[in-house]
Design a protein around this ligand. Structure first.
Ligand code: FES
Ligand code: FES
Length: 145
């Protein structure tokens, strides 16, 4: 089947064999947007978080059919030149360690801040798992935005 996806402001036609394919697979394997990561695949870790119509969504658990026609933003489309306030604060605060979880964390933060939260409040709502344990650095960096 062919579906229309709007990702990072661009329309894409994607051909999928199964409409229940997770959006995560489509982003990574069909569109080449590998900034969104696969962690657990069972809605626990948050590594796969993207913005859909302004809300954080776990793309491992969102089927591509349900994502069609909605505005999807991935880490690649969050800003030009990594200029989003969360990205800048994360770099300045040297938050990422291995970095694997961070696109999901940043997208979650960006969604919360889009909804009006200050950084220090937004970070309290971040439930994403970070195996490297960068939680304290996230907390400190979020105070600056
Ligand atoms: S990969 Fe989606 S929540 Fe872990
Ligand atoms: S920075 Fe390594 S898992 Fe979070």
């Amino acid at each position: 089947m062919t579906l229309q996806l709007n990702v990072n402001g661009q329309n894409h036609q994607v051909n999928v064999s199964d409409g229940s394919m997770p959006l995560l697979w489509v982003l990574r394997d069909l569109l080449g947007l590998t900034g969104t990561k696969y962690g657990c695949g069972i809605e626990v870790c948050g590594a796969c978080t993207v913005m859909v119509d302004g809300q954080p969504e776990l793309s491992c658990d969102l089927d591509v059919t349900s994502a069609a026609g909605r505005k999807i933003v991935t880490i690649e489309g969050l800003s030009a030149n990594r200029s989003h306030p969360v990205q800048q604060a994360w770099v300045a605060g040297q938050v990422p360690q291995c970095g694997y979880c961070q696109s999901g964390v940043i997208m979650t933060m960006a969604c919360k801040m889009k909804a009006g939260a200050r950084g220090s409040d937004a970070v309290k709502e971040v439930k994403n798992l970070c195996v490297c344990g960068t939680y304290q650095r996230m907390k400190e960096a979020s105070k600056t935005i």
